[in-house]
Design a binder for this molecule. Structure first.
Ligand code: GLN
Length: 474
């Protein structure tokens, strides 16, 4: 657009057409075509007047967990049916202030609880890499709609949220870049809360450079979020020079699972070889408490969720079921409004916070969390980034894990530790498995050192070269 090759109106029309062609993915739950068209005209006028802002006219899809002023927001839940926020999330507002255009609210697991986008009230999302014949593959979750619509080339970037892996795992399954910033880097204000001590917003994009660009514009201190960090945001574009000579890359021994599929293990070895060839120094490190991360996460996250979701009572937001009296109204609203996985999490959360169990479960999990953060601090005395697989498999068929919540939770085995420690992490598409499905590699960085993380990610992306796209051409 800066070179005059296309206008914002043309770009937005092309994305609207592509989203229409990709309608079978069920990735978009609220289209915003008309307001996007108006914004695109406005963007073109600004560019003509030489007033173009950094993201002027760039369409961005937003996970339906971000409150969008005047646009229905459901977090994938029936209980929020009819909720139209009167305000914009801080990160959303920052994007629009930088000139970006909202193009679609994306499907997601209900209240971001899930790893396959199958718990959504709106129904499952289809992974664009699904073979033409045979069952639909899941896009990963919970930001499955955002990952799928970027992979389908129907929008250049999307926002997601990541509590235990919900940006990185779907990015891996769909062959796109997914970046979870450091906890506190981006404001959580106006994002529907799942587990407040873990939730972070971040971009899903086709390239590392695009992820850096979006992060540059959504990051920063916000007085409306008491956990947002009052730290300067470095120039992330400048970090993408590709030189990793002397960078110390750690390989955590505890991530070498016996159960790892051969293709995932081989790709990890390939990643190690790529970094070595680029002049990085590879070091073995130990994160001894890794195996306690998943159980600790599945206590802490449901505990916080049970408190956050107490507000959905049928009185203040969204859908209300009729009741004989207030208690009956609350009960019916919550029974009819929440899906099975959300009810399971609320019950687990209520249980681990209850008297007599609080010390045994919740407090213990918090202690484990501290140990996990210490493991990372120790490792980062010797290395600058860690390299691991993003997920223990490629995309799996719809329905394959819906009857077994524990099998579903294992998807997060490599992503949850960085979440518990609040560290930034990114998934970069790194190859295809034997079924020609994408696999990502994950890089984990020091707190607030997204610059080094992105530098390493750009070098990895460079070594991978061009991968095929699910839409045929590269
Ligand atoms: N899959 C994990 C869960 O179900 C993580 C979800 C997320 O990061 N929002 O809790």
């Amino acid at each position: 657009m800066a070179a005059g090759d296309c206008s914002a109106v043309e770009l937005v029309e092309a994305c609207i057409a592509a989203q229409g062609a990709a309608a079978d993915l069920n990735a978009v739950v609220a289209a915003t075509a008309e307001q996007a068209r108006a914004a695109a005209r406005h963007a073109d006028q600004r560019r003509h007047r030489n007033e173009a802002r950094p993201l002027e006219g760039i369409p961005v899809a937003v996970k339906d967990i971000f409150c969008t002023r005047g646009v229905a927001t459901t977090a994938g839940s029936r209980i929020l049916d009819g909720f139209v926020p009167a305000y914009e999330s801080t990160v959303g507002a920052k994007l629009w202030d930088a000139g970006a255009i909202l193009l679609g609210k994306t499907n997601m697991d209900e209240f971001a609880m899930g790893s396959s986008n199958e718990t959504s009230w709106w129904g499952p999302v289809r992974n664009p890499w699904s073979p033409a014949a045979g069952p639909s593959l899941v896009p990963g979750g919970s930001s499955g709609g955002s990952a799928a619509i970027v992979a389908a080339r129907a929008v250049p970037a999307a926002l997601g949220t990541d509590t235990g892996g919900s940006i990185r795992q779907p990015a891996s399954f769909c062959g796109v870049v997914g970046l979870k910033p450091t906890y506190g880097r981006c404001s959580r204000w106006g994002i529907i809360a799942f587990a407040s001590s873990l939730d972070q917003a971040g971009p899903l994009t086709r390239s590392v450079a695009d992820a850096a660009l979006i992060l540059q514009h959504i990051a920063g201190f916000d007085p409306k979020d008491s956990t947002s960090a009052d730290l300067p945001v470095p120039d992330l574009h400048a970090a993408l020079h590709g030189d990793v000579k002397g960078l110390r890359v750690g390989i955590p021994a505890e991530y070498r699972l016996d159960t790892l599929p051969v293709a995932v293990g081989d790709l990890w070895e390939q990643g190690i070889a790529w970094f070595r060839a680029a002049g990085a120094e590879l070091l073995d490190v130990s994160l001894p408490h890794t195996r306690y991360a998943l159980p600790a996460y599945y206590i802490v996250a449901p505990a916080e969720a049970s408190a956050n979701l107490a507000r959905y009572d049928g009185v203040r937001f969204g859908r209300r079921s009729a009741g004989r009296d207030p208690d009956d109204l609350y009960t019916r609203t919550r029974r009819e409004g929440f899906g099975e996985e959300v009810r399971r999490r609320i019950m687990i959360g209520g249980y681990v916070l209850s008297e007599g169990y609080y010390d045994a479960y919740y407090l213990r999990a918090q202690q484990v969390r501290t140990r996990i953060a210490e493991d990372f601090r120790t490792a980062f005395r010797e290395v600058d980034v860690l390299l691991t697989p993003t997920a223990p498999s490629s995309a799996f068929p719809e329905g394959a894990k819906t009857d077994d919540p524990l099998a579903m939770y294992v998807n997060d085995i490599f992503t949850v530790p960085a979440s518990l420690a609040g560290l930034p992490a990114i998934s970069v598409p790194a190859g295809l498995d034997d079924d020609r499905l994408p696999l990502g590699l994950q890089l984990i960085g020091r707190a607030f050192d997204e610059a080094t993380l992105l530098r390493a990610a750009a070098a990895l992306e460079n070594a991978v070269g061009t991968l095929p796209s699910p839409m045929g051409s590269a």
